[in-house]
Design a protein around this ligand. Structure first.
Ligand code: ACO
Length: 201
């Protein structure tokens, strides 16, 4: 079988939104937690496919995409572009106060209206950032490592010295995975750990 790791194609979009939801509860399935199942993907997948499609990689064994990694080369430029082009139409479609306060949907809508910006101390030496999510059938087989390595190669080739990510302390499996791959702690804000590493091996 040829490698299941391939560049993102526009036909993958729905599958990637679905993977985001199915891993959206600290790595576990968040289906059922959201009245609007596409909301999480609108924050954590959509803008990367729209603005950084060349850094989007998927795992596909012929059954459709089952895992992905997404990246942004220059986090500040990406945040600014999202502010100009991605968030305004979403804010119109998802007004604040439509969802029950405290619900999962309300939490994501709040993020759409007040997106988090990476701390300066994090982007200083690690200007790029990434996300990675694999459905359970792809987990534990080395594919997470392969996706990260493929993304780091692309980021290094594009001139990035370092990459960071934000991960919840409630997802110890992912934290252990990143640390095993050489990521170290850069900063912590509330329950979010910012980890980073050089894009070079
Ligand atoms: N502690 C220590 N080492 C670990 C851990 C851990 N918790 N998890 C994996 N490893 C090691 C493996 O043993 C392996 O070691 P080796 O290559 O030296 O033999 C190496 O890390 C790579 O493991 P993979 O099998 O490639 O890991 P996997 O394919 O399961 O990918 C991932 C890890 C991405 C966390 C996956 O399990 C997943 O998608 N989980 C659900 C979604 C999720 O939590 N995503 C992260 C959200 S945070 C964000 O995206 C910024």
């Amino acid at each position: 079988m040829s490698s299941p790791l391939r560049p993102y194609e526009p036909r993958d979009r729905g599958a990637l939104y679905d993977i985001c939801l199915r891993t959206g509860d600290s790595g576990a399935d968040a289906t059922g937690s959201y009245a609007e199942p596409a909301l999480l993907g609108e924050v954590y997948v959509g803008p990367y496919l729209a603005f950084e499609p060349g850094l989007a990689l998927v795992l596909d064994d012929g059954m459709g995409a089952g895992g992905y990694t997404l990246g942004a080369l220059d986090t500040r430029a990406f945040e600014d572009r999202c502010e100009r082009e991605w968030w305004p139409p979403l804010r119109e479609r998802h007004p604040l106060a439509r969802h029950t306060p405290g619900s999962a949907d309300a939490g994501v809508v709040a993020l759409i209206h007040r997106p988090a910006r990476a701390p300066d101390v994090v982007v200083a030496d690690h200007p790029s950032h990434l996300h990675i999510d694999l459905l359970p059938r792809w987990q534990g087989g080395g594919w997470g490592r392969r996706l990260i390595e493929a993304l780091l190669e692309r980021l290094a080739a594009a001139g990035s010295p370092g990459v960071h990510l934000g991960v919840g302390v409630g997802n110890p499996r992912a934290v252990g995975f990143y640390r095993h791959l050489g990521f170290t702690e850069l900063h912590a804000v509330g329950d979010t750990l910012f980890l980073g590493r050089s894009t070079r091996p």
